[in-house]
Each structure stands twice: as C-alpha cells, then as structure tokens.
Design a protein around this ligand. Structure first.
Ligand code: NAI
Ligand code: CS2
Length: 494
C-alpha cells in the first residue's frame, strides 16, 4: 500500500542559515548516483545534526553527461533530493553539503588540479567505477598500456585519467610543501585503498621517482566497504521525484533505505566524524569488504547475467522467480560464505537473509543490464576468487561456475530470443571479435578464458574449473537461463 514519505528536511530549518560555514574540505571525484546517495548523505547528516563544516567540491572528469550534471548542481546551488525507500518506509531529504562543482571541460584542467591541491582540501574521495583505476582486473596492477595512462605519462600536467589528475595535484602539494592528504576510495574493488595506492604511486613512478616516494610515504589510502543499492535514474524515477516535491530535480537520486559504510581509520589530515551518523571506523576493513564483494556483489552479478538472459529487466523481477531467489540464496550461503574468514554462522545467515530481502525490494528498479555492465572488471573479485578457493579446498562451486558461464553467454551480444544486447565493457571489442570469429559455442569459452587480463592462469588452466564452466555454458545454450537455474537447483540443493 502506498505511503507518504517522511519529509525529513522540514524538521531541520536551521541548516539554511549555517550553510556558509561549509568548507569544501573533501574533493570528490565521480559525482555519480552512488556518491550522492551514500557518502554525501553521511556528510549531510553530520552537517545537519552536528553542525560539521565538512563540505564537498564535486568533480566529474569524464563524459558529456558528467558535465551536464555539474552544470545542474551549480544551477541548483549544490542542493538535490534524495529519496530512500523500501517496502516498509520511505524518506525524502534535500542534501545540502555540496559547496562547489567542477568539470575540466567547464573550468579547465588547471583549475581542477588547483582545487585538488588547495590547502583547504584534506580528503580526495573517489567513486569512479572499477575501470577508473586503470588496473588489470586479474592482478589489480596498473595497466601501463592503457591509452589514458600512456597519455598521462607523456603529459603529466595535462592529465586525462583520474590517476593522472590525482598525481598532478599531489605534485603541486609536494612542490609547495603542503601537508599530506588522504585518498579515500569508495569503489567496489578488493582492498580498494591498497589498489588506489598501487595505481597512483605506479603512475607517479613513471613520471618522477621522488614524487612517487613522497606519495607512498605521506599520503594515506584507507580501504572502505561501501554498501547501498543505488540504481541509475530513469525517466520514471525523475517523474516520481517531481510528483513528490512538485518540481523537476535533475540531480535527484532514488535508492534503497539500507546503508553501510566501514572505513579503515587512517586519515593523515583530519576527517569527518562519520561514526556519529552510522559509519564504522575499524583498523582492518578486509573481512567486511570480502563479505560484501562476494556475498552481495557476487550474487548480484549472478542474478544480473542469468536474470537478463532469462528475460528479467530488474533484479526484483528475477527474485520473484523462486528458482532464482533460491539459487541466489544457495550461492551466497553455500558457495560464497565458506570462502570468508568469518566463523560466526549467525552473522552470515542474517547477512544472507538481509540480502535476499534487499534484492527482492520491488520499490527499487535496479536493471539487470546496469549490473551486468563492466563484467571484465567485476568477475575476479565477485566470482573467480571464490571458485579458486573451492578448487583448492575440494568443495562444490556449481552456481559460481554458472555465473561465469552466464557472463560468457551474455557477452556474446545476443539474448535468448536473438535480440542484440548492448554490451558495455572496456573489453567489449575483444568479446565481439571472439564471437565474430567462432560464434556461440565451446570454442568461445576457451577464447574468453584466454583473456589473461580477466582470468589468471590458475583459473583458466585448471581442467576442473574449465569443465564446470563449459558444462554450465552448454546448458545455457541448449535450454536457456531459466531452465538451467532450475536444473542446477535440483542438482545442488537437497
Ligand atoms: P554512475 O555511473 O552514476 O557514476 C559513475 C561516476 O564515475 C561518474 O561520475 C563518471 O563520470 C565516473 N567515471 C566513470 N568512468 C570513469 C573513468 N574511467 N574515470 C573517471 N571517472 C569515471 O555510477 P554509480 O552508481 O555512482 O557507481 C559508481 C561506483 O560506485 C561503482 O562502480 C561502484 O564501484 C561504487 N558503488 C556503487 C553502488 C551502486 O549501487 N550504484 C553501491 C556501492 C558502490
Ligand atoms: C552492483 C553494485 O552495479 C553493480 O555491479 O552490484 O553497484 C551494488 O549495487 C552495490 O555494490 C551495493 O552496495
């Protein structure tokens, strides 16, 4: 039954008066949907409830749509609507912690780099997607042959990649002998702090060894586990916002009501007290991060590939099919949970039950195609690591193998009805080349497995793993996704 959202911002009028106090002490790179629904909300709550003066300068570096959003944020004074909802409740707020917004195409590269190097800036945070780090997904090492990295090695003061911008700003800081800062990765990558360090120090080392050494010694790179389901906005979601607030809001975001943020407490130039508004500071994020990447993101990708192939537009639609929800449950608890270092079964069970509920939330329209994007960057941490764990431990991983096979079928670019799939992936040309050459069949599996940027040799040369992936792929092409999921359930769940 529809319910009236609680207009949370109406109860906190004083915010308007103190806004001038906000200082853009955090420069955020990648002002997409997730950042606006997650980190910006925590910072907003701190501002609203504790009069914190930590504000944001938002910077987008890529794409025309990124620049459009920056213009819109400036037009609306950095304010935007956030609607959080699930089947029980919903809350609408106006988020007011964005003080400035920039894009190199609007402000110029130098102004963006100067902002990042400003003495006011204490933290540079990032949500730039997995591919923004220019790492090889299989190894998490900087991909030196990436065109943007090659460009940035040759043109250190006119960067293109996110890493190039960060290094350029750190160079100014180093030359000007300013205090160090913290780089805070909020992307779904294994040990995201260490990955950011490797990428940034790796690029700096190609430009200037002394700078690289200074960065490595003085800049801190805390890891984080970030969690909140935030789908891309659609015409329908903008219309829903308009209905709610009585006007258009081009910067608005809709997300689920669940949120979690676990942060390694390693900040060299101060930090907001996000713990007052629900974040957790811990010495080591690894157990939380592995639990989330494997249990949540692993099953999300599984549902995305099998869901899309099975004709489901949204994750919550796929979850209506009891075979899919039971398969997801089994994947999470029987195949992902055992790979973690969490001995407490109650925690794992509760976490699994919560995930099933969150994925089934019909008020959130999360497209299977959105989650299916960039699979080359996501598979290792979500599915492949766990498969290799099972291989070593002699245990079963049927659903994990099915997830990988479904990705392989998905990147063929054709669905089960023969319609084209719009593949979005940095390696999409490679997939198209493979399928153009040999069509759908087991040869494509061999050729995909040979992409060593995705599949480590330990994976692609293991006969058991190859056999299990091929068996699943074969079933997918002969009976389709829905029947295959049903069949796998009958075989694996007693
Ligand atoms: P989005 O598409 O709304 O925003 C992505 C942002 O990253 C945009 O600002 C874009 O300009 C920037 N970007 C993309 N490729 C880039 C590149 N190569 N270099 C520099 N910037 C680049 O996506 P959204 O939903 O904000 O998600 C972003 C990331 O946040 C995800 O990839 C994931 O790592 C993390 N995340 C997302 C969650 C979600 O449910 N949406 C939840 C948890 C984490
Ligand atoms: C999703 C995640 O897009 C994807 O690949 O699996 O972004 C997911 O929504 C978040 O990690 C949830 O915290």
């Amino acid at each position: 039954m529809p319910h009236t959202p609680h207009l949370n911002n109406q109860t906190f009028q004083p915010v308007q008066e103190v806004k001038p106090l906000l200082v853009p002490r955090i420069v955020h790179l990648g002002c997409g949907a997730f950042h606006r629904a997650h980190q910006a909300l925590y910072t907003h709550l701190l501002f609203e409830q504790f009069l914190s003066n930590w504000g944001y300068c938002e910077i987008n570096l890529m794409s025309d749509s990124g620049a459009v959003l920056i213009n819109q944020l400036n037009k609306y004074n950095g304010h935007y609507t956030l609607l959080e909802k699930d089947e029980e409740k919903s809350t609408v707020r106006t988020i007011k912690v964005i003080k400035e917004a920039m894009h190199p195409r609007i402000d110029g590269i130098d102004a963006v780099v100067e902002k990042m190097a400003s003495p006011d800036t204490a933290i540079i945070s990032l949500t730039v997607t997995e591919k923004g780090y220019c790492l090889s997904p299989a190894t998490d090492l900087l991909n030196l042959s990436h065109p943007n990295i090659q460009h940035d090695i040759a043109h250190p003061t006119k960067p293109r990649s996110v890493l190039g911008y960060i290094v350029a700003s750190l160079r100014l800081r180093f030359q000007r002998q300013q205090p160090p800062i913290t780089i805070l990765s909020c992307d779904n990558i294994r040990k995201n702090g260490e990955a950011a360090r490797r990428a940034i120090v790796g690029l700096a080392a190609q430009q200037d060894k002394q700078l690289a050494q200074w960065i490595d010694q003085h800049i801190s790179f805390p890891s984080t586990m970030v969690d909140r389901i935030v789908p891309a906005m659609t015409q329908e979601s903008y219309a829903e916002i308009k209905q709610l607030i009585g006007r258009d809001d081009p910067c608005a975001i809709i997300c689920e009501s669940f949120r979690q943020w676990v942060i390694e407490d390693n900040f060299v130039n101060g930090r907001p007290d996000w713990q007052h508004v629900g974040a957790q500071f811990v010495p080591d994020v690894t157990p939380y991060e592995m639990m989330k990447l494997r249990m949540l993101n692993g099953s999300h990708s599984f549902l995305a590939y099998l869901g899309y192939l099975g004709g489901y537009e949204f994750i919550s639609d796929a979850m209506q099919n009891s075979d899919y929800s039971r398969a997801a449950y089994s994947l999470i608890i029987n195949e992902q949970a055992p790979t973690l270092f969490i001995p407490d079964n109650t925690t794992l069970l509760q976490y699994t039950q919560t995930l099933i509920k969150r994925f089934s939330n019909k008020t959130i329209k999360h497209k299977t195609a959105q989650i299916a994007a960039d699979g080359s960057q996501k598979l290792p941490q979500r599915l492949l690591d766990s498969i290799m764990w099972h291989q070593k431990h002699g245990s079963d991983y049927a659903f994990l193998a099915l997830g990988v096979a479904a990705w392989m079928k998905y990147v063929s670019g054709q669905d089960e009805q023969g319609n084209a799939i719009d593949i979005k992936d940095p390696l999409q040309h490679k997939f198209a080349e493979i399928y153009h050459l040999c069509g759908v069949g087991l040869e494509a599996v061999d050729r995909l497995l040979a992409i060593n940027a995705i599949f480590p040799l330990e994976f692609s040369q293991n006969q058991d793993i190859v056999k299990n992936v091929k068996t699943a792929y074969q079933q997918l092409i002969s009976v389709g996704a829905r029947e295959t999921v049903k069949h796998y359930l009958q075989q694996t769940v007693k």
